[in-house]
Design a protein around this ligand. Structure first.
Ligand SMILES: NC(=O)c1ccc[n+]([C@@H]2O[C@H](COP(=O)([O-])OP(=O)(O)OC[C@H]3O[C@@H](n4cnc5c(N)ncnc54)[C@H](O)[C@@H]3O)[C@@H](O)[C@H]2O)c1
Length: 446
């Protein structure tokens, strides 16, 4: 079966979730374009969107319609070409409206698993829970044809475990999109020893059509992206605990968040990133990776305390950020959670946070924030000069930042040494493309 034939009947399990809805958008758009090709005009297309949450499925239809109009607006030249035989479509907005209708036509939404039985490709994007994933994959394997491909979006569960326990005989691969799937350009591809060549070829072609940059990762829990992210986050938590003796825990969390954003020149501080992903999601990734990796402690009691108090971060349905480690005011960090008191301590530049900033010291010369370096053609030289000054600075903030950078580099090198990543470039590419860092962790700056 060739790629276009396989693409005629696709399903997404967990379609109304954060990742599922983004994957649905990407596939609906790709399917619509494939369907408009003259050779595919008489084929029947189906994109089955399965979720247990019916209300969320209703919201998904509205979301997909609005996004499809936006996608059409960005592709008017291509759409004009694809609809060139339709003389009734005069203005661009006629073409775009027709495209949105056509893109939504193959969609079937529902909660009954039997609706996916004819699918040739199934994306799995339900909760990050091994038993739930195995259960659903087993069920799918009994109702779907024995040549169905399974692409799982798991963040941390080894793919061979899912393959073996659900008895999929090499028809599963890890296709790990980043959040949000429609925007992020990276996907990690995780094959097992038994993943068939057909599944690999299909996944590579799909990535090409979706314009995703693929980085291969070996099948070790957490893969490259979460392998780095988890250890980076745990380092920040553990350093914060040490610093808390001098600065209190809220003060120490504030410091590690600030250092990791400003002095490492990253798009977000580490606790802001954990909030973005979800404190509960981060904790779940931590427990899964800890379960599969021996000889390393990859859990932290602070995460459990936050989750027990239901301080979870994540986003509301309108996309706005919920409070987690940090409190957000119009999307910007404005306070930090005091775990012992169970309340937020608001930043106060004239008071306690101002005092901490003074103790951390002035930023070394050559400092520019991530946003301005992102578009700077001379960013390589500027980063080199800044990190040189950071290393020679004696102030408290610079020392913490240098230690943080060294730890991040150690994590990257360990991912290569332990066989998670094939090369240092693969580690760097994941951090550059999936986390929008300006430089890879394995570098000569430190
Ligand atoms: N959120 C991220 O940043 C991110 C990034 C990359 C990968 N992932 C991975 O993607 C997967 C989904 O994560 P998410 O953040 O989208 O979760 P989510 O909670 O937003 O979505 C999960 C969806 O699955 C549905 N669901 C649960 N059980 C189901 C079942 N038995 N049948 C059908 N639907 C079911 C839920 O109703 C929900 O809509 C996880 O494996 C996660 O680790 C998440």
């Amino acid at each position: 079966m060739n790629f276009d034939e396989r693409l005629t009947n696709v399903s997404i399990i967990g379609a109304a979730g954060k990742m599922g809805s983004g994957i649905a958008l990407l596939l609906a758009e790709e399917m619509a374009k494939s369907r408009l090709k003259p050779e595919n005009k008489n084929k029947r297309y189906r994109l089955n969107l399965l979720d247990v949450n019916e209300d969320a499925l209703d919201g998904l239809r509205v979301y997909l319609k609005s996004q499809m109009v936006k996608a059409g607006e960005k592709s008017t030249v291509l759409l004009r070409e694809l609809y060139k035989d339709r003389e009734d479509l005069v203005e661009n907005y006629d073409v775009i409206a027709q495209f949105a209708d056509d893109a939504l036509a193959p969609l079937r939404m529902g909660t009954d698993i039997n609706m996916v039985k004819d699918s040739k490709v199934i994306f799995e994007a339900i909760l990050e829970n091994k038993n739930l994933k195995v259960d659903i994959l087993k069920k799918l394997n009994t109702i779907c044809a024995k040549d169905t491909f399974y692409l799982t979006n798991t963040s941390s569960i080894p793919i061979h475990i899912l393959n073996n326990e659900a008895k999929l005989e090499g028809r599963i691969i890890g296709f790990h999109f980043y959040n949000p799937p429609a925007v992020q350009r990276l996907a990690e591809l995780i094959s097992t020893d038994t993943t068939t060549q057909e599944v690999k070829d299909f996944s590579l072609e799909l990535a090409k059509r979706l314009r995703k940059k693929i980085v291969p990762s070996n099948d070790i829990a957490g893969f490259i992206g979460n392998g780095h992210f988890l250890r980076d986050g745990l380092y920040a938590l553990r350093e914060a605990k040490k610093l808390s003796k001098e600065y209190t825990l809220p003060g120490a969390l504030y410091i590690m968040n600030k250092i990791s954003q400003d002095l490492l020149i990253r798009p977000m501080g580490i606790f802001q990133l954990i909030d973005y992903v979800g404190v509960d999601v981060f904790q779940c990734i931590s427990e899964t990776i800890d379960h599969y990796i021996e000889g390393e402690d990859l859990k932290d009691d602070l995460l459990k305390k936050m989750a027990d108090k239901k301080i979870l971060g994540g986003q509301r349905s309108d996309g706005s950020q919920k409070d987690g480690f940090l409190r957000y005011d119009k999307g910007r960090p404005a306070g930090i959670y005091d775990i012992d008191k169970g309340e937020y301590k608001m930043f106060d530049p004239q008071g306690w946070t101002g005092d901490i900033d003074k103790k951390l010291g002035e930023y070394p010369s050559g400092f520019s924030p991530w946003k301005s370096l992102l578009v700077d053609p001379k960013k390589g030289d500027k980063l080199k000069a800044f990190f040189q000054n950071l290393k020679s600075s004696n102030n408290a903030g610079a020392k913490l930042a240098v230690a943080y950078l060294k730890n991040s580099k150690d994590i990257g090198e360990k991912l290569v040494k332990s066989g998670v990543a094939k090369t240092p470039e693969d580690v760097n590419n994941v951090l550059l493309n999936g986390f929008y860092h300006l430089y890879g962790p394995i570098n000569d700056y430190i």
